[in-house]
Design a protein around this ligand. Structure first.
Ligand SMILES: Nc1ncnc2c1ncn2[C@@H]1O[C@H](COP(=O)(O)OP(=O)(O)OP(=O)(O)O)[C@@H](O)[C@H]1O
Ligand SMILES: [Mg+2]
Length: 294
């Protein structure tokens, strides 16, 4: 829905895709995923589909298994059972370093920036999918050519500018406020122009205004890519997601549109005793730590 021109459908693509996402097949399907850590069952027979160009929320109380499922999608955790397909092809033995080549980017719970590199260098690393020089030389700041280097810099600077963070390009992440670090981590994920963006708690540590901006950004991005969003802040989740999967104790207890999930008694029950309140449909919740209103 952005100003970007719609690509002309190529031969062989279907007309079924009604979204504006780049590739019609950029669909992530996770089926019957189970994960056990030693004796602990972290996930049990969980299935979800992230449709092209949609924002899919993954919610649930602490310890529900959200990050574990996210890590399965990233190739960090190998499921004990179940299967995944991406772009219509089975994803077997997925390794984290293969993600960029598959059009998948992620931000992890926390920020995970390299402290010894500037903000710009951190973001440049995320662009390696587009740079012929590749990851290793980007890491060592030894691009194959000046042109590669210039291109990489330009892309990284543009990604930072998109997130209003270009003013921090030369700084080291450690000295920056946490919300700025989160934006840099997001710029690093976006600079590769992924078709699927995996976000684990992107709003943690953000104030009300920053969270609102993040919501707008995620909505804007969904025109260009699919998003899997793990998040505790219900306002944000309910506002930006097209569909939501709810986990509790490793099991899927509900799934549907935000309105359907909010109306599901199983969800309310799962959150009883949790400090996160599920807002009534259509009502914003005041539980998002928004103490700095206005
Ligand atoms: N590497 C691991 N080894 C052993 N147990 C683990 C490991 N990772 C997660 N678990 C367990 O698996 C379960 C699910 O954890 P997970 O981190 O996926 O939950 P979560 O929904 O992301 O929680 P939170 O909201 O706190 O981030 C928990 O019981 C957790 O203790
Ligand atoms: Mg988690």
């Amino acid at each position: 829905m952005g100003p970007l021109a719609q690509p002309t459908p190529t031969a062989g693509s279907t007309a079924l895709d009604r979204t504006t996402a780049g590739a019609p097949s950029s669909r992530l399907e996770m089926t019957g995923i189970s994960v056990a850590f030693g004796g602990v069952t972290a996930l049990s027979d969980v299935s979800l589909v992230v449709e092209p160009g949609q924002v899919h929320g993954l919610i649930g109380p602490n310890g529900a298994g959200k990050t574990t499922l996210f890590n399965v999608a990233c190739g960090i955790v190998r499921p004990t059972a179940g299967s995944m397909t991406w772009r219509g092809k089975p994803l077997r033995r997925l390794r984290p370093h293969q993600l960029a080549g598959l059009g998948i980017s992620r931000t992890l719970q926390g920020v995970g920036l390299f402290p010894g590199m500037t903000v710009l260098e951190n973001v440049m690393i995320g662009a390696h999918r587009h740079a012929r020089a590749g990851f290793a030389s980007a890491l060592l700041a030894l691009p194959r050519s000046d042109r590669d280097e210039r291109e990489l810099r330009a892309r990284a600077t543009a990604a930072l500018a998109d997130l209003d963070a270009e003013g921090f390009a030369g700084r080291y992440p450690g000295g920056l406020p946490y919300p700025v670090q989160k934006r840099v981590a997001l710029a690093r994920a976006l600079v590769a122009e992924p078709e699927l963006l995996l976000l684990d708690e992107p709003a943690s540590g953000l104030g009300e205004d920053e969270m609102h901006e993040l919501g707008e950004l995620i909505r804007r991005l969904s025109g260009r890519m699919s998003v899997l969003l793990v998040e505790h802040h219900m306002d944000l989740v309910m506002r930006v997601c097209d569909r939501i999967t709810v986990l509790d104790s490793g099991k899927q207890i509900s799934a549907g549109t935000p309105a359907e999930v909010q109306a599901d008694p199983a969800v309310t029950e799962a959150y009883l005793g949790d400090d996160v309140e599920v807002p009534a449909a259509g009502e914003p919740s005041a539980t998002d730590g928004g103490r700095h209103r206005g």
